[in-house]
Write a protein that binds this ligand. Structure first.
Ligand SMILES: [Zn+2]
Length: 135
């Protein structure tokens, strides 16, 4: 993956995590990762359609996972796919807490641990500064 592709992925994402929307400029651990949505171990490629910008927290917890268990229905569902799914359809903010509106949203929040206490506190601080969530 060359620098031009990295630049494109970062710009396409608006320099925010494509899962939790944390802005890269306010994150503790930077730069964010250029993530393979379908991991290479599952046959994912370096094609731009398979790449997303992910913060350290989301990238670490997603790992090579492609699916999770919806905590409401207990069914196995695909994780949120930043290139194929529309974020506001699957997620909504309730203050600093991210709510899954769909099975995909709920399973993604669970697998990526998007509401863990540290992420929640970081978002509360950004909300207090008036820089989150971004439009
Ligand atoms: Zn994130």
């Amino acid at each position: 993956m060359d620098d031009a592709v990295r630049f494109l992925v970062r710009a396409r994402a608006g320099r925010q995590c494509e899962y939790c929307h944390l802005p890269e400029e306010y994150a503790a651990f930077t730069p964010f990762h250029i993530e393979h949505i379908i991991a290479k171990q599952h046959g994912g490629t370096d094609a731009r359609a398979n790449l997303a910008l992910a913060c350290h927290h989301c990238n670490f917890h997603k790992g090579p996972n492609l699916s999770g268990i919806d905590p409401v229905t207990r069914r196995i569902v695909k994780l949120f796919h930043p290139r194929r799914h529309v974020w506001p359809y699957h997620f909504v903010w309730a203050g600093a807490r991210l709510i899954g509106r769909t099975a995909i949203g709920r399973a993604t929040i669970a697998v990526l641990q998007m509401n863990d206490p540290d992420a929640f506190k970081d978002r509360q601080a950004l909300i207090a500064e008036g820089v989150f969530p971004t439009p």
